[in-house]
Design a binder for this molecule. Structure first.
Ligand code: ZN
Length: 369
């Protein structure tokens, strides 16, 4: 039945291969090391082929074969006649190999070598900025982002430098945070630090002023992060009681500030949450209803209303159990989304951990998002 297939197989077997004329059907070597050696011989003294050689190293790195990638770079760097442009590239890629392997000090040293050859090349500076950030050297990372003229990450790492560890004195912290706002007034992370401090000190006037300034300075779509951040901060501060009571004075400050703004669905929702946590349930329900007038599909408000009114209903035990099941499920839905890559999170983020976009967080106002 498959006679034709048999015939075809035989014909193919007898035909010499054009690709590997001397070796039959198999590539000359199945050993990747030998393949690298072969490729290395072929590309030696040919500047165009160095590109291919470097690309091969990148391929190894992307496969997680870091040792082999490193071997390629070091063999290139060792060539006495290699043009400086290629030498810089080899050092640069070597830096990325070490970074991928988690050997950050060697990565830094290799990138410094590339930096010495190229001067302030943006690709090298950017990698150095990221590397110093990964190594928790935030002040250094901020300097490199300043060189790149990228104020948003510069401000971000100034805030990280201010809030890292407990040794710094208050004046120094304040100065770093002020620096962050000076280079990037929309730094939601810098504003949050001021807001946390106001809350901690019970400084409601300060909270009022900082919140007003912050709401005007950050991008419209990021304003909710200020209120969510404060809620998460309060929750963390009162970790023994996740549904801890929020002082009425704090909630009033937030509600009156938001009232002065143009109506915003998500901000109204946060007013309701603060009111709930100050046990001002009637007002809370008013604000929740307000959000539903603006957006009938706004699911978090419906969930809150259902929970708050549950106790007023006469429910059978079985019905209550089913209801509880679904409210718990709905509460586990992650409320935040990266606009760029779609990553869903329950914690706020300033740099997307998946696609590395800055300030790409948004609130999922629709469940289908
Ligand atoms: Zn993302």
């Amino acid at each position: 039945m498959f006679y034709w297939l048999h015939k075809l197989k035989r014909r193919i077997k007898e035909k010499p291969s054009i690709i590997y004329p001397h070796e039959g059907f198999l590539p000359p070597s199945q050993d990747t090391f030998a393949a690298i050696g072969e490729l290395s011989r072929v590309v030696r003294d040919n500047p165009d082929a160095v590109e291919i050689y470097l690309a091969l190293g990148n391929l190894f790195r992307s496969q997680g074969e870091i040792e082999r990638a490193i071997q390629i770079r070091t063999s290139l760097i060792a060539r006495p006649q290699l043009e400086s442009q290629f030498k810089a590239r080899a050092w640069f890629e070597l830096g990325l190999d070490y970074k991928r392997a988690g050997i950050l000090d060697r990565a830094q040293a290799a990138l410094e070598q590339a930096h010495t050859i190229t001067g302030d090349d943006p690709a090298v500076i950017k990698e150095m900025a990221r590397l110093y950030a990964d190594a928790n050297n935030f002040q250094r990372a901020a300097i490199y982002y300043a060189m790149l003229n990228e104020p948003l990450p510069q401000a971000h790492y100034l805030v990280k430098a201010a809030t890292m560890g407990n040794k710094k004195d208050a004046a120094e912290v304040h100065e770093l945070l002020e620096d962050a706002l000076r280079v990037y007034p929309g730094s939601v992370e810098a504003w949050l630090e001021f807001i946390y401090r106001d809350y901690q000190q019970g400084n409601w006037e300060g909270l009022d002023a900082d919140l007003k300034n912050a709401l005007q300075s950050v991008k419209l779509e990021l304003r909710f992060v200020l209120l969510e951040g404060l809620l998460q901060f309060i929750r963390k501060a009162a970790s023994e009681d996740p549904d801890g009571y929020i002082q009425e004075k704090c909630t009033q400050t937030i509600v009156s500030t938001v009232t002065e703004l143009d109506q915003d669905l998500v901000l109204c929702y946060y007013c309701a949450i603060f009111l709930k946590k100050s046990a001002l349930i009637e007002e809370c329900l008013d604000w929740l209803e307000k959000t539903l007038v603006m957006g009938p599909d706004f699911w978090p408000a419906r969930l809150e209303i259902m929970e708050l009114s549950q106790n007023d209903q006469v429910l059978t035990e079985s019905f209550r159990t089913q209801l509880l099941f679904f409210t718990q499920k709905a509460k586990s839905v992650k409320r935040f989304l990266c606009k760029r890559c779609g990553l869903k999170r329950e914690q706020i983020f300033f740099l997307c951990p998946k696609c590395y976009s800055w300030h790409s967080i948004s609130f999922r106002t629709q469940l289908s998002e």
